[in-house]
Design a protein around this ligand. Structure first.
Ligand SMILES: Nc1ncnc2c1ncn2[C@@H]1O[C@H](COP(=O)(O)OP(=O)(O)O)[C@@H](O)[C@H]1O
Ligand SMILES: [Mg+2]
Length: 622
């Protein structure tokens, strides 16, 4: 089993502690023992020496060395006694216990021999305490007893050894004790750590089994109930999430089904023009399988769609164009950029994300429209010729009537003069109605050409000022009749524009004549200025104005608002739609702001650089 950190540390602490205890106890008890043993040996030696000294007085006096020898020999039996010898007062050794001979160190000792204790080291024998006791105060001689110091050392080391053994035993015992104690603490701690790690790995169903009632048990319990809570919350969220996902999948499936069953073709491109979604209708329209379209650039579907997408990615306007689709059919493609605002706030999507293109098969509508246009064109043409001749004949008859007949008729007769007046008024009505039909036919021909794109344009560098004044001049007689003031405010040095002059005059005439038609008194003001690389022209009147609800309608074909009965002979309802076509063909815009009873301001713009727009005149802003 791996040693726990806690145990490792405790072990180190114990070893360190025991090392200090070993060391101090060894030194202290060793030193103490040594001193005590030395003291003991000293007193023992002294007692032996003095006992020999007192018992051997007579023997020495009798010079009975054999008896002395016997006495000292028996003392050798005593533990710690190494040698004994007796010298006489002259320093002669009378008898000794050295075998075989007296060592030289002893001889040396005798030279200055006095009573007392001395340390002696004898070569080959060891260290000794030499204790001297005088016999009758040294008058007869001295007794020397040698106590073995080696025994002291031996004893001392044995005791120290035993002590160390005991300590070692205690050490091992406490080690085992410490191991168990530490384990008792560290086991639950380790378990708790393992448990915490499991929680960290989101294994909230893991259990921990610590029963103790201490802080660790409390902590374990708290963690367990915390994990239970989290587990419960997770479960709840998991269910909620599953529900949400299912709901989302259903919604998605529903939406996908709708898109897939749409009659119109749907193509979604990203901001680089790469197709990332199509529906079956779209793939049918181009005769390409889904995998042949998804992931490819929109350019595989033709230049017109590329232009449409490129323009749509730069604006939020809805753009439309007509395109050719498979099997010689035509489609109307409508593009709208996808903006970020529909995505959640944390989404990484920024700005315009791409474009949605809807394609409707308009082959049938186009054919009907073509037939209609052809029919109208033919009818108009057919009508125009006889109408011209009718009007010509009317004019001729009128002239003849006026120049030849009237002078011959006696106008004195009141009845005749009344009839003449009536005929003259009828001629006026025929002429003005004839003019009205002519302009209606002309307008119809214009609009059908504009709509079918067959109108011939004559673009050149022109000045807007000339356009305005040419139009005014064409209408100046009407201005004089009506006594309405014509004001103009044209910014000097306006740059020339690339435009069809006659068509712009047509627009101006229409706007000015509308203003005249719907203004009782006051003024009509015409302004032209340069703004944002465009020429902005406005025609302001102080007329009846247009109700808010009709503002959008007046640019539609044949739409006339207000009191049509009163203004009956005045228009066709085609002037503004024609004007709109013409302005948009120049890449400009036309709009109106009006207040009922106060007047209207019609505005249109013509960009300075519009060549690009003209070439793509089919791609128009709806
Ligand atoms: N300046 C104006 N003031 C008030 N109403 C206007 C003005 N210009 C146009 N309208 C309204 O818009 C309608 C459409 O005008 P237009 O297309 O030129 O047809 P028309 O002039 O043949 O009636 C007019 O019938 C009229 O109701
Ligand atoms: Mg008009």
């Amino acid at each position: 089993m791996r040693m726990s950190k806690l145990f490792q540390r405790t072990l180190l602490g114990i070893i360190f502690l025991f090392a200090i205890i070993f060391f101090t106890i060894s030194i202290f008890s060793g030193w103490h023992l040594y001193r005590n043993l030395t003291e003991e040996y000293k007193s023992k030696g002294t007692a032996i020496a003095s006992s020999i000294a007192s018992s051997s007085v007579e023997t020495i006096l009798n010079l009975d060395s054999a008896t002395v020898q016997a006495i000292i020999d028996q003392y050798l039996e005593i533990e710690g006694v190494s040698y004994v010898f007796v010298v006489d007062s002259s320093g002669e050794i009378i008898s000794h216990t050295f075998i075989p001979a007296i060592p030289s160190e002893i001889q040396e000792l005798l030279k200055s021999h006095k009573s007392g204790i001395k340390d002696v080291k004898i070569e080959g024998m060891g260290e000794f305490l030499n204790i001297v006791s005088p016999i009758t105060e040294g008058a007869i001689g001295f007794v020397h007893v040698g106590m073995n110091k080696n025994i002291i050392n031996e004893k001392m080391w044995t005791v120290i050894g035993r002590q160390l053994g005991l300590l070692l035993f205690i050490f091992l015992f406490s080690l085992v004790l410490a191991y168990f104690m530490v384990n008792r603490i560290s086991k639950p701690l380790n378990e708790l750590t393992g448990y915490a790690k499991k929680l960290l790995n989101h294994d909230f169903s893991a259990k921990i089994d610590i029963k103790s009632e201490d802080e660790i048990g409390l902590l374990a319990n708290t963690m367990q109930s915390m994990a239970d809570n989290i587990n419960e919350i997770f479960d709840r969220y998991e269910y909620a999430l599953k529900d949400a996902v299912v709901e989302l999948q259903d919604t998605l499936a529903y939406l996908t089904t709708i898109i897939d069953n749409m009659a119109d073709g749907l193509i979604v491109v990203d901001k680089d023009g790469v197709i990332n979604h199509i529906n079956p209708a779209a793939s049918d329209m181009f005769g390409l399988a889904e995998h042949e379209m998804i992931g490819k650039n929109i350019e595989i579907l033709g230049k017109k769609l590329v232009d449409l997408v490129n323009k749509s990615l730069k604006t939020e306007d809805i753009l439309a164009t007509e395109i050719a689709i498979t099997k010689n059919r035509f489609g109307k493609a409508v593009a709208k950029s996808i903006k970020k605002e529909y995505f959640s706030e944390d989404s990484e999507a920024k700005g315009i994300l791409g474009s949605v293109i809807l394609i409707r098969d308009i082959t049938q509508e186009k054919q009907i429209d073509k037939v209609k246009t052809e029919f109208i064109t033919i009818v108009s043409h057919e009508l125009r010729t006889p109408l011209t001749s009718i009007l010509g004949f009317v004019e001729m008859i009128e002239r003849k009537f006026r120049d030849t007949l009237i002078p011959k008729i006696d106008s004195g007769e009141p009845k005749i003069s009344k009839v003449l007046n009536k005929i003259n008024r009828d001629f006026d009505i025929i002429r003005s109605e004839g003019d009205r039909i002519t302009s209606l036919i002309n307008d119809i021909l214009d609009i059908s050409k504009l709509e079918s794109g067959t109108l011939r344009w004559n673009f050149e560098e022109i000045s807007i000022e000339e356009v305005i004044f040419d139009a005014y001049r064409a209408l100046s007689a009407l201005f004089e009749q009506r006594e309405i003031q014509f004001k103009h405010e044209i910014q000097p040095y306006l740059p020339k524009i690339h435009a069809d002059k006659e068509r712009l005059i047509q627009v101006m005439i229409n706007l000015l004549s509308n203003a005249l038609k719907f203004t009782e008194k006051g003024y009509i003001a015409c302004k032209a200025e340069l703004r944002n690389k465009e020429i902005l022209v406005s025609v302001e009147d102080t007329g009846i104005g247009i109700p808010e609800s009709d503002i959008d309608k007046i640019f539609e074909k044949f739409k006339q608002v207000g009191d049509i009965m009163r203004d009956k002979p005045k228009g066709t309802g085609l002037g503004l739609p024609i004007s709109k076509h013409i302005i948009e063909a120049h890449g400009g815009k036309i709009w109106v702001s009006s207040q009922v009873g106060k007047g209207s301001i019609f505005n249109f713009t013509v960009p300075l650089k519009n060549r690009e727009v003209l070439r793509n005149e089919n791609t128009d802003s709806r």
